[in-house]
Design a protein around this ligand. Structure first.
Ligand code: 5AD
Length: 341
């Protein structure tokens, strides 16, 4: 049996076997298989999520990220709760039924403030899903946010390799804590998102293989994967970009390994290549996250250089997005789009 068939059969591969799969020569075979697995489970639908980047402050100092606290040039903002609600109102009117509240790790957003926001959104729009993406917090905090009504949580593991983790992060951060956070989120019943960058400094086929082993075990409901893109005011400014081809291959392999996962065609993919978003879909992704942050702030949420902000992928261009999806045989779905177990 080929290694690809073994993945499709749900076998647990070792890291060495994953390396073989990642280097498997027939990329088109992987792509076609991934695309048909997605079609079988979710149909020809691409689910839309309205992304609200509500704070660019961050207490962390990840070497790759433009929002890192040591970046003095970063433009910082926080949306007021009125402004967040206005984005939700406009988004709801446009048809979104999932809102992703994403931000840096900003102490200003205490449990109390986040709970207030979640409850307000849920009381006005009980039919929407709220996804949080606000980094590492305590079990108690995740529990309180979950009880307030949050449905899903995105927290990329970034890398499953401990030596690689140390290349990407300062000593003040810990991989152990991050992984514990992911387990806590799962335990609390969140649809939980993991994921990683492809081609970040210190990464290799081996670290990507370890990511696959880790995610098979965690079984996240969502997986975000994008190419690493350097940011000019970070320590990684002179590092090279991750490969779009390898990113697409990883998207396809994750689809084969976790057939039910919700997988976005990420903004980083769209930024790195003009047809990155469509290629993501063609490789098994089934989610897009158009940015609906107020446009004045959007430009300030710069995690890497050249991030696409008001292009064809943006929230105000939904019609255009829908038509683009149709050109490859997919329909843009505005449903809540929960994970199908
Ligand atoms: N290039 C690509 N992705 C990045 N992220 C952070 N910085 C970069 C970068 N320079 C990703 C990380 C993080 C998510 C919010 O964005 O994976 O979890």
């Amino acid at each position: 049996m080929s290694i690809i068939d073994r993945i499709i059969n749900g076998e647990k591969l070792s890291a060495e076997e994953w390396m073989e799969a990642i280097e498997y020569t027939d990329g088109e075979e992987i792509r076609a298989a991934a695309s048909s697995v997605r079609d079988r489970i979710y149909g020809k639908k691409v689910f839309a999520r309205g992304l609200i980047e509500f704070t660019s402050y961050c207490r962390n100092d990840c070497f790759y990220c433009g929002l890192r606290k040591s970046n003095r040039e970063a433009l910082r903002y926080r949306l007021s709760s009125d402004s967040i609600m206005e984005s939700v109102d406009l988004g709801y009117e446009a048809g979104f039924r999932t809102f992703v509240l994403q931000g840096g790790e900003d102490n200003y957003f205490s449990d109390e403030r986040l709970i207030g926001m979640i409850k307000e959104i849920k009381s006005i729009y009980p039919d929407v899903a709220v996804t949080l993406s606000v980094g590492e917090r305590s079990y108690e905090s995740y529990k309180a946010l979950r009880e307030a009504g949050a449905d899903r949580y995105l927290l990329r593991h970034e890398t499953a390799d401990s030596a690689h983790y140390r290349v990407l992060h300062p000593d003040s951060m810990s991989q152990e804590n991050r992984i514990e956070c992911l387990h806590n989120l799962k335990k609390l019943g969140y649809q939980t998102g993991a994921g990683m960058m492809v081609g970040s400094p210190g990464s290799s086929i081996r670290t990507l293989a370890e990511d696959m082993v880790f995610m098979k075990e965690l079984n996240p409901e969502m997986v975000g994967i994008g190419p690493f893109i350097p940011h000019s005011s970070t320590p990684f400014k002179d590092e090279k970009r991750g490969s779009v081809e390898l990113t697409l291959r990883m998207v396809a392999l994750v689809r084969l390994m976790l057939p039910h996962a919700m997988i976005p065609a990420t903004t980083a993919l769209a930024t790195a290549s003009d047809d990155g978003q469509l290629q993501g879909i063609l490789h098994g992704a089934n989610v897009i996250m158009p940015d609906i942050t107020p446009t004045e702030e959007r430009a300030k949420y710069m995690i890497y250089d050249g991030k696409k902000i008001t292009g064809d992928e943006a929230g105000e261009n939904l019609e255009k997005i829908a038509r683009r999806m149709e050109t490859i045989g997919y329909t843009l779905s505005m449903e809540r789009g929960d994970y199908i177990p």
